[in-house]
Design a protein around this ligand. Structure first.
Ligand code: AMP
Length: 112
């Protein structure tokens, strides 16, 4: 399967790791939209948040368990934002479920 995030997880494409555990891998975004911009991906290839079901939702819960630890490691005690883009209308460019963690500075106005 030709998936850039699967290749990053496999170490075939270099990345700047900030966290990893049995369920997820987190690395700095190559095109950061905030001082700290981390991409958190499940180790399993799941296309997007639209493809979550009982059989794979453990990856999502484990990612959300990891998020406070990643935020603490980055000293984001003043807050941060988590975003996931889904499909064409959601402007998802990489078809492997991922959560953007943005922080490290005052973020711009929120959409919602
Ligand atoms: P999305 O547009 O929500 O699918 O987000 C995909 C994100 O992956 C973008 O923010 C890209 O900058 C980021 N990205 C793509 N390729 C790489 C890479 N090789 N290393 C780090 N981040 C990447």
């Amino acid at each position: 399967m030709d998936c850039i995030f699967c290749s990053i997880i496999a170490g075939e494409i270099p990345s700047t790791k900030v966290w990893e555990d049995d369920y997820c891998y987190a690395f700095r975004d190559i095109n950061p939209q905030a001082k700290d911009h981390v991409v958190i991906v499940p180790r399993a290839h799941i296309e997007s948040a639209d493809k979550i079901y009982a059989g794979n939702s453990v990856y999502v819960s484990k990612i959300f368990e990891a998020i406070p630890k990643i935020a603490a490691a980055l000293n984001l005690e003043n807050g941060y934002r988590i975003i996931t883009n889904i499909g064409e209308h959601g402007c998802q460019s990489v078809k492997h479920l991922h959560f953007h963690l943005l922080g490290g500075e005052q973020l711009p106005e929120k959409i919602v």
